[in-house]
Structures are given as structure tokens and as C-alpha cells.
Design a protein around this ligand. Sequence first.
Ligand code: GAR
Length: 203
Amino acid sequence: RKKVGVLVSGRGSNLQALLDACADPAFPAEIALVISNIPGVYALERAEKAGVPTLVIPHKGFATREAFDAEMDSALRAAGIEIVCLAGFMRLLSAGFVESWRERMINIHPSLLPSFKGLHTHQRAIEAGVKLHGCTVHLVTPDLDDGPILIQAAVPVLDSDTEDSLAARVLEQEHQAYPAALKLVAEGRVTVKGPRAFIRDDG
Ligand code: GAR
């Protein structure tokens, strides 16, 4: 089983989906460390309940982004982490950190990329009048919310939707898509060619 480190900043519902998937001994990955940049968030409680080691590295204690990232990098490597999952981790990462985890770091973003990079994706989707919205799980490259796409899931946008109702519909899909994408990476079924990720079908 591949050792996974999950970086979080908040509620941790995607972390929970990953923890639940990894609870199955047949799943090809296990979560060996959860790091939060914010103390006291619910994601930390979820990890503790699942018996997974946690670490709080408050970004505020570091003079530079690079110094903060270097601290996370040491912790991940000390724990023998092989794959990093960003799960609602709300910090930009330095190019050096991203490079050093190239093709081994995964992010989930609450839109159908390349639409709606950045924040407030659900509100922006409603305002843009799109009829389909969704989520994207992708490999991380130094550009924000960019990188080879592993899995996307689409949901309808209804006339009656509010930001919250749309977010909830997308979140349900996130919880399916993230474990599925981690499985693909952990099984070594992903090949990157330029901007695209090709998935080998092992039946
Ligand atoms: C999720 O919707 C995730 O896609 C999003 O934050 C939420 C975290 O929820 N991520 C981003 O916006 C990344 N820029 P969670 O903590 O319950 O998983």
C-alpha cells in the first residue's frame, strides 16, 4: 500500500472520503500523515478518530512560503510519504515544493477545470449561467488549479440553486472522485504526456 500524506486547512470532508476508502485493506493506499496549516480544524479530529498521525504546521510562523513548504516537505519525507493529496488545503505552494512531488501530488478543485480556477467557484458558476458544473481531480503543477486531469464529475446547475445547494451537489461528487483518482495514481496507472494524463485500463 502506497503511503499517502494529506494536506488540509479546514472541514476535511474530502479527507474523510479518503480515510474511508483506505479503511478497505484492498485499497492500494493508506493515509500515514495528515498536515494542517491551521490549528484546531475539524479535519484534524477526523484523522485522529481514524488513528492517523497529525501535524499542525502554522504557516504564520514562517517568514517565507519556501520555508513553510520546506518544513512540510521534511515531515512528509520523514513519514515515508509517497503520494501527497491536497484536500481543501488553502495555501499556494512554491514551485520547488511542487516540482519535488511532480506526478505524485494530487489536488481536488470544485469546478470543471479549466473553468473557474481559484475561489468562490460555485457562486461564479451560477453567475456565469453555466448549466453544468462539477469537480476536477488533477495532478499538481506549479500553476494554480492547473495540471493533468485525472477525473472529472459533472452535475447540473438548477435554476433554483444557491451557492450552498450547488456546493453540496458538487461535494457529493468530490467524495466519489477523489478516492477513485488516488486509486489510479497509487496503482501506477497514470502516464503524463505534456498537459494530459493517460489512464491505463487494468479492467
Ligand atoms: C472542497 O470543496 C474542495 O474541492 C475545495 O475546498 C473544499 C474543502 O472541503 N478546494 C478548493 O477550493 C481548493 N482551492 P473539505 O475540507 O470538506 O474537503
